[in-house]
Design a protein around this ligand. Structure first.
Ligand SMILES: Cc1cc2nc3c(=O)[nH]c(=O)nc-3n(C[C@H](O)[C@H](O)[C@H](O)COP(=O)(O)OP(=O)(O)OC[C@H]3O[C@@H](n4cnc5c(N)ncnc54)[C@H](O)[C@@H]3O)c2cc1C
Length: 493
C-alpha cells in the first residue's frame, strides 16, 4: 500500500502546481530545487532597480489557471490582464508596424494593400482552427495514455475530416489560406512560440491561431509574470509544503521496481513514497536514471526546441514608441527559419522578440526608466557550442532594434544581463540549452512523448514541458493535472 509522502524534484511551474494540487488532496508534499529561488524558467531577476521576468512574458488558455484555483479551492493568487493588440510585428523590408488586434475587421484594415480579402480568408482560417481545437484538444491533449495503442485508438476518434491536416506542416496550412508574404509570415509566427519554425511544426497546431485570436487570447500578469510563482508559493506555505533550495539530485538508489531514494550533490538521501520529477522528463531519465533510451547520444538525436538568447536591459529613458509585446523580423523568413536552429551564421540577421516589461508594470523600473526583455531564437549547444561572441551578437540586435524604432538605445543602457543557451542549460538542466524542451513533432507528442509515469520505478512520475502534453505555461498546468490523476489512480489500485 502506497504511503502519502510525495517528493517533488524541481520548483518550476509544473512542480509547484502539482505540489499544491496534491497538498490539497491530503498528501504530505515536499519540494527540492536546484536553484536558490523557485519558478524554474518562469523566474525573476532584480538588478539596478529593475525587475525582469526571465522567461515567459504572457500566457494563453487562462482558464487552465482559473480551473486550477477552483480545484484547489483558492482565489487565484494573481491578477491577469488581457492583451489587445496581442503583439506587434515589424519587418525589416518596411517601416510599417502591424498591430495584431483580436478584432479581425480592425486587423484586416492593415493588410488591405497586401492581401485585400484578408478578413474573409482569416475568418475561414480561424473557423478551421476552431474545428481543429474543438475536435482535438479535449479529446487528445487532456488525457493520460497507458500505451501507444490507447493513444492511437483515441486519435482514431478525431473527426476524419482533419486527416489531410496531419500530412501538412504549419506553413503549408497557412499558405492554403493566405497569399501575401506579410500575412503568411505573421500568421505562422505562433509556431515559434512552440519553440520551432512553421516549416517543421505540424499543421494541427494552427489551432493556436484560434486560441490567440478568438478562443481566449493572451494575458499578462499584473506586476510581472513572477507573481504567478509568488502566489502559488504563498498557498504552498499555508499547506506547510517545505521547499529545500540549492539541492540538486545527481543520483539514485533503487530496490527492484521501487525507487528507494534520490541522492543530492552532498550525498544526502531523499526518501519518499512517491516521487514527481519536474526536471526535464527526457534528460532526467538519461542523466540520473542512466536509461540507455535517453543516453546523451540518443537525447542529441531527438528534436529539441530553440535555444534562447535572452537579454535584460534597463534604460534611463522611456520608449513610448514601442508596445508591450513586439516581433522584429528580417526579410529572409524561409531562409532564416530553415537555418536558425542549425547554423550560427543566421545570427547576423537576427529575428527577435522585445517585451517592454515596464509598459504595463511601472513598478518593474525606476521612475523615468524602461525595462526591456529580448528573446532571440538561436541554435542550441549541439550546433553553436561557443558563446564567446555573445556581446557582439547582442550589440547587433540592439543596433538593429535602435534603427527600427528610430532611437539609439545604446547610450541609454544602465543595466544589462545576457543569458545564452549555456546559461539556460546550466541553471535549469535544460538539454543543450533548449528553451522549451522537446519539440512537438508528431513522433514526440501524445504517447510518443516521454510518459508522465516511469517505465521502471512504479513510484516515480513526471510533470513539465518535456512530458505530456507539452510546453508552455497553460500546457504545463494541464501536465500537473494529468500527473495528479495518475497518482490518484495508483492510490486506488
Ligand atoms: C525564453 C523563454 C520564453 C518563454 N516564453 C513563454 C511565454 O511567453 N508563455 C508561455 O506560456 N511559456 C513560455 N515559455 C515556456 C515556459 O517557460 C515553460 O514551458 C515552463 O516554464 C516549463 O515549466 P516546467 O515546470 O516544465 O520546467 P522548469 O521551469 O524548467 O522547472 C524545472 C525545475 O526543476 C529544477 N531542476 C532541474 N533539474 C533538477 C535536479 N536534478 N534537481 C533539483 N532540481 C532540478 C530546475 O532548476 C527548475 O526550477 C518560455 C520559455 C523560455 C525559456
Amino acid at each position: 500500500m502506497m504511503g502519502k509522502h510525495v517528493l517533488i524534484v524541481g520548483a518550476g511551474i509544473g512542480g509547484l502546481a502539482t505540489a499544491l494540487r496534491l497538498a490539497k488532496k491530503g498528501y504530505q508534499v515536499e519540494i527540492i530545487e536546484k536553484n536558490s529561488q523557485a519558478g524554474g524558467r518562469l523566474n525573476q531577476i532584480k538588478k539596478d532597480g529593475f525587475t525582469f521576468d526571465t522567461g515567459p512574458s504572457f500566457f494563453s488558455m487562462s482558464y487552465e489557471f482559473t480551473e486550477f484555483a477552483k480545484e484547489c479551492n483558492i482565489e487565484l493568487p494573481f491578477n491577469y490582464v488581457s492583451l489587445d493588440p496581442l503583439y506587434t510585428v515589424n519587418f525589416s523590408r518596411s517601416p510599417k508596424t502591424y498591430r495584431l488586434y483580436k478584432d479581425i475587421h480592425k486587423l484586416a484594415e492593415q493588410f488591405k494593400d497586401v492581401e485585400p480579402d484578408f478578413e474573409i480568408k482569416m475568418n475561414r482560417y480561424l473557423k478551421k482552427g476552431k474545428s481543429l481545437f474543438d475536435d482535438t484538444v479535449d479529446v487528445v491533449i487532456k488525457d493520460n495514455y497507458n500505451s501507444l495503442f490507447a493513444y492511437l485508438i483515441t486519435l482514431m476518434k478525431v473527426n476524419p475530416v482533419h486527416l489531410p491536416v496531419l500530412f501538412r506542416n504549419f506553413w503549408q496550412q497557412v499558405c492554403r489560406y493566405f497569399s501575401s508574404d506579410d500575412a503568411r509570415e505573421i500568421i505562422s509566427l505562433v509556431a515559434f512560440f512552440l519553440g520551432r519554425t512553421p516549416f517543421d511544426t505540424p499543421a494541427v497546431y494552427t489551432l493556436l491561431s484560434y486560441t490567440e485570436f478568438q478562443h481566449d487570447g493572451y494575458y499578462n500578469v499584473e506586476g510581472g509574470m513572477y507573481k504567478i510563482v509568488e502566489g502559488i508559493l504563498g498557498e504552498l506555505e499555508k499547506e506547510n509544503v517545505k521547499i529545500t533550495y540549492n539541492t540538486e539530485i545527481v543520483d539514485f538508489v533503487a530496490n527492484g521496481r521501487k525507487l528507494e531514494a534520490l541522492v543530492d550533490q552532498n550525498n544526502r538521501h531523499w526518501k519518499s513514497d512517491i516521487v514527481v520529477v519536474n526536471s526535464d522528463a527526457a534528460s532526467f531519465r538519461g542523466r540520473i536514471f542512466k536509461r540507455p533510451r535517453f543516453s546523451e547520444a540518443k537525447l542529441d538525436k531527438m528534436e529539441w526546441t530553440m535555444g534562447p538568447l535572452t537579454i535584460y536591459i534597463g534604460l534611463k529613458c522611456k520608449l513610448p514608441q514601442v508596445e508591450h509585446h513586439n516581433y522584429f523580423l528580417g526579410d529572409n523568413f524561409k531562409e532564416y527559419a530553415n537555418k536558425v536552429f542549425q547554423s550560427s551564421g543566421t545570427l547576423q540577421k537576427p529575428y527577435y522578440y522585445v517585451n517592454v516589461i515596464s509598459r504595463n508594470n511601472p513598478g518593474c523600473a525606476p521612475e523615468g526608466c524602461e525595462g526591456l526583455f529580448f528573446v532571440c531564437p538561436v541554435p542550441d549547444l549541439r550546433f553553436k557550442k561557443n558563446w564567446d561572441d555573445k556581446e557582439e551578437i547582442v550589440n547587433s540586435i540592439l543596433t538593429d532594434f535602435s534603427a527600427r524604432i528610430g532611437k539609439d538605445i545604446l547610450p541609454e543602457i544602465i543595466s544589462k544581463i545576457i543569458y545564452t543557451p549555456e546559461d539556460w542549460q546550466n541553471q535549469y538542466n535544460l538539454h543543450r540549452g533548449s528553451g522549451l524542451g522537446l519539440s512537438h513533432k508528431m513522433f514526440q507528442i501524445g504517447a510518443f512523448r516521454p510518459a508522465n509515469f516511469d517505465e521502471v520505478f512504479k513510484n516515480v512520475f513526471y510533470v513539465g514541458a518535456s512530458t505530456v502534453p507539452g510546453t508552455g505555461l497553460p500546457i504545463t498546468m494541464i501536465s500537473s493535472k494529468l500527473v495528479v490523476r495518475r497518482i490518484e489512480k495508483m492510490k486506488m489500485s
